[in-house]
Design a binder for this molecule. Structure first.
Ligand SMILES: N[C@@H](CCC(=O)N[C@@H](CS)C(=O)NCC(=O)O)C(=O)O
Length: 262
């Protein structure tokens, strides 16, 4: 695995995560990368008193330093890393991870390896998006209660066809990567793709506890090697027990018992 650039050169880089406070959400994919590598970062939404308004301003309203405005959080602000030494502001979860990957030592050194990590992360994010659509299949800004009939149908299909297809795919990738010993999707070390899959599996286990309980035995590498492997890392245990980790609530992964296996 690549040595983290941070370990190779002393740096006083300040990483600021700009994401909605109070939920894991898509910000969690970025938090996990910082947490697992022990990289200092500021979670602006959660750490500042007026976190949500700071996030909105910085991401879409008062964007500075020549950065294009973003469409939606998460964003990452990096002091001095933009053009002409100004602050860099980047958006899109996989773009942020692609930026951080080499800096935190969460990607292989070579180009194919980096592309595979990115590809697997994008697939995990596709699954993440489909999980969101189970409770909001019609209108993103409409109430769940107003689209419950459609949500019931969507969730049934998601549980019965989509979860097994994605889980089967990740299991196949793990099996195919002999070097990873079932624990890693690419090569023999932890990458941000492993973290992304870990988080989506974690979120689905919260949202669909009965469905996942019934299915997990079919994906032994995914659950007992990759998932448990990440979950048992000291850095992750510390994080999960800290108040930096927010509980699932009204974000992407929601627990509506009627959408779970009956
Ligand atoms: N593809 C984007 C999606 C960003 C996104 O949908 N962010 C959500 C929060 S998790 C949001 O605030 N969306 C507002 C909107 O889409 O109007 C990413 O991965 O960063």
């Amino acid at each position: 695995m690549a040595q983290p650039e941070a370990k190779r050169q002393k740096t006083d880089t300040v990483y600021e995560l700009l994401y909605w406070p109070g939920i894991p959400g898509r910000g969690e994919f970025v938090r996990l990368a910082f947490e697992v590598t022990g990289t200092p970062y500021k979670d602006v939404g959660n750490e500042e008193k007026d976190g949500a308004s700071q996030v909105i301003k910085a991401v879409t309203e008062e964007v500075k330093d020549g950065n294009p405005p973003g469409y939606a959080p998460p964003a990452l602000r990096v002091s001095g890393a933009g053009r002409d030494g100004k602050n860099l502001l980047i958006h899109q979860t996989p773009n942020i991870l692609m930026y951080l990957g080499p800096k935190l030592g969460l990607v292989p050194d070579d180009e194919p390896g980096k592309l595979w990590v990115n590809e697997l992360t994008l697939t995990a994010l596709d699954l993440n998006n489909e999980a969101h659509d189970t409770h909001h299949p019609i209108g993103v800004t409409d109430y769940y209660e107003d689209q419950k009939d459609e949500a019931l149908k969507k969730a049934k299909d998601f549980r019965e066809t989509r979860i097994p297809k994605y889980f089967g795919y990740f299991e196949k990738v793990l099996k195919n990567n002999g070097e990873g010993k079932g624990q890693h999707l690419v090569d023999s070390s932890l990458t941000f793709a492993d973290l992304a899959v870990f988080h989506v599996v974690d979120g689905l286990t919260f949202a669909f506890p009965k469905e996942i309980k019934a299915r997990k035995k079919d994906y032994p590498l995914l659950f007992t090697k990759l998932y448990d492997g990440v979950n048992e890392l000291e850095s992750i245990k510390d994080y999960m027990n800290s108040d930096r980790r927010k509980p699932y609530s009204s974000g992407i992964f929601r627990q509506y018992p009627e959408l779970d296996r009956q």
